[in-house]
Ligand binder design. Structure first.
Ligand SMILES: [Ca+2]
Ligand SMILES: [Ca+2]
Length: 362
């Protein structure tokens, strides 16, 4: 019993340690579009005019491996019959700008993503019901044919009142539940880390909103944010970091591509993220990203795929916050082999991306 009490106390204590302060620092948020701050913890998301849109993102990523509870008050305007469109509580691996306006509610097009929509406008071609509804969306798609859950009926929310929206995540059960004014309206169960975010547990969260051919004033106030921030990523292996400092070329062991493909694989992301951290500590330096292949296949095809891979890596780093002007992707095809192309082991070594940190040419 005593042990149990101690354990409970310890668990409560650790939970408190990760809880966020109820007074939020506006500096921690990134707002874009028409969204603006209106008071302590409060933001007007859209203006009550047609084709207004905006978003707010918290700058610190959330760790989806830990439970969280996020609570905000939502005001969706006063026009019921002709109010539009709605808001989406969104999770996304980039601190993204706003997605498409109108029926897109600032969420459409953000990919990969998870979104909790509160939609007050019926778009028949998206299979919207006529009433205000809630649904769980994924990957920037607002069509209910591709829902994770819903659309479920809500009472009219365009009633000039604020409504409490609470989102709870239980990673042990892989269950997310959403409550409005204390009542559960929707829930779903999914391995969102692997099935949506490709194994990445660290995502940003925010709220998007938009009006379209009709409008309403959408506003939110954050009430309670209890979650664990994703830990700072581990830094690059010290030997690799040392080589970069000395101007030498490095390769990342996990950075490999499927044959003929240029897509960055989820298994490469952790090391690329470490490279991002390294770049952030060296602002102003240029990162050469040189792609090479083995000698199988045509010279021309090799040149082209090596460039595509270098560009895909550059795009990944750019999406993680490294300015494009600091990235120099080039494709060299089968030139400059580091091993004979006569053995499988040699060819594997030749298929590579080399990174080198250089000073900008003045
Ligand atoms: Ca309504
Ligand atoms: Ca709609």
């Amino acid at each position: 019993m005593r042990l149990f009490l101690h354990l409970t106390f310890f668990l409560l204590l650790s939970y408190a340690l990760v809880a966020q302060d109820s007074k939020l620092n506006p500096e921690d948020f990134k707002i874009s579009g028409d969204t603006r701050m209106t008071g302590q913890n409060c933001y007007q998301m859209t203006n009550p005019v047609n084709w207004s849109s905006g978003s707010i993102w918290h700058k610190k990523p959330i760790d989806l491996r830990a439970p969280f509870e996020l609570e905000l008050n939502v005001m969706l305007g006063c026009k019921d019959a002709d109010g539009a469109d709605g808001i989406v509580f969104t999770f996304h691996p980039k601190m993204q700008q706003t997605g498409y306006a109108g029926e897109g509610m600032g969420f459409a097009g953000l990919r990969p993503s998870l979104g909790i929509e509160i939609d007050t406008w019926e778009n028949e071609h998206l299979l919207d019901p006529s009433y205000d509804h809630i649904a769980i969306l994924k990957n920037g798609s607002i069509n209910h044919a591709y829902n994770l859950a819903g659309p479920n009926r809500l009472p009219n929310l365009e009633d000039c009142q604020t409504h409490q929206l609470k989102v709870k995540w239980d990673p042990a059960d892989q269950k997310m539940a959403v409550y409005i004014d204390g009542r559960g309206y929707i829930w779903f169960r999914k391995d969102i880390i692997n099935k949506i975010f490709q194994g990445n547990p660290s995502v940003y969260w925010g709220v998007t909103a938009a009006t379209g051919g009709y409008n309403n004033k959408h506003a939110i106030c954050f009430e309670k944010l209890d979650y664990r921030e994703a830990k700072p990523l581990e830094s690059l292996d010290y030997r690799l970091a040392q080589k970069l400092r000395e101007g030498e070329a490095i390769t990342l062991p996990s950075l490999q591509f499927d044959s003929g493909q240029s897509k960055v694989r989820p298994s490469s992301m952790a090391e690329l993220d470490q490279l991002v951290q390294h770049m952030k500590k060296n602002p102003g330096m240029i990162l050469d990203i040189f792609g090479f292949t083995d000698s199988s296949g045509s010279r021309q095809a090799n040149q082209s795929i090596s460039l595509q891979r270098a560009q895909a890596v550059a795009k990944y780093l750019e999406d993680r916050g490294i300015p494009r002007k600091q990235l120099n992707p080039q494709g060299y095809g089968e030139a400059f082999p580091v091993a004979p192309n006569t053995t499988a082991a040699g060819r594997r070594l030749n298929r590579r991306i080399e990174f080198r940190l250089t000073r900008p040419i003045p």
